[in-house]
Write a protein that binds this ligand. Structure first.
Ligand SMILES: [Zn+2]
Ligand SMILES: [Zn+2]
Length: 243
């Protein structure tokens, strides 16, 4: 919504201005950070990636002794998701949760810079870039309450690094769903049915959807379903953390 109204060059200018408004201090230990982020190298080591993960939904698979690729979890074996792949950087741990919640609930926008920078670095190493990015939308009512969409802030850093168009305004949340965190898995899926409307202004063969954290994957799947129905061939979900 807002990204439609604010020209991208202004967005970039605002992002650069953040560097001056929010100097680099580690958000975890409060010490000056020598990295280009608000996270020192010592605390960055507290972020752990997932060792064995599902090929599709990226969920951690425990008890797998073989080091192998193409592992698939029981849920994805039973029902193939609409998305082609979820890619996440880290486990949803105390450190990653603190970073995400500081951004979302305390409006600490410097956390978007840290999350966005880490994600941009990670995804710039992929062999193939998507044709466009979409930030997971908030319902307009929730956007007004919060004042910003955290996924949109994060996505701007990835967009700048990868240099692909951001078309978030083409995906609109038309139902103001009850907060997913208060619901159980079956209720989450029901809650999300028809929650997104995709207005296809231009066709893109592949789209990466940017989110802060993936929990059940229900939101990711519902968005992917909407995009695929609109003719998008490949949909990946890129998130900072996987619960
Ligand atoms: Zn630190
Ligand atoms: Zn899976």
């Amino acid at each position: 919504m807002l990204s439609k109204l604010i020209p991208s060059k202004v967005n970039i200018w605002l992002n650069n201005a953040q560097t001056y408004i929010y100097p680099h201090t580690c958000f975890l230990c409060d010490q000056p950070s020598s990295t280009s982020m608000d996270l020192c190298t010592t605390c960055l080591n507290d972020f752990h990636s997932i060792d064995q993960r599902c090929t599709y939904c990226d969920i951690e698979l425990s008890g797998v002794s073989l080091v192998t690729t193409n592992l698939v979890c029981g849920r994805c074996l039973k029902t193939t998701p609409y998305y082609d792949k979820i890619r996440t950087l880290y486990r949803y741990s105390d450190a990653t949760r603190f970073l995400i919640q500081s951004l979302k609930f305390n409006a600490k926008h410097s956390c978007a810079r840290t999350i966005g920078t880490l994600m941009a670095r990670h995804f710039s190493h992929l062999n193939e870039k998507p044709d466009a990015l979409i930030a997971v939308p908030l319902h307009p009512k929730r956007l007004i309450e919060r004042g910003f969409n955290q996924s949109d802030l994060i996505a701007q850093y990835i967009q700048q690094t990868l240099d692909v168009p951001m078309i978030s305004h083409q995906l609109q949340r038309v139902t103001n769903t009850v907060s997913q965190s208060t619901l159980k898995a079956p209720e989450r899926r029901k809650n999300l049915t028809n929650a997104f409307r995709y207005e296809l202004l231009k066709t893109y063969p592949s789209i990466a959807v940017i989110d802060d954290v993936v929990t059940t994957g229900s939101t990711a799947n519902e968005i992917a379903k909407t995009l695929k129905k609109a003719g998008v061939k490949r949909v990946e979900i890129w998130a900072f953390a996987r619960a």
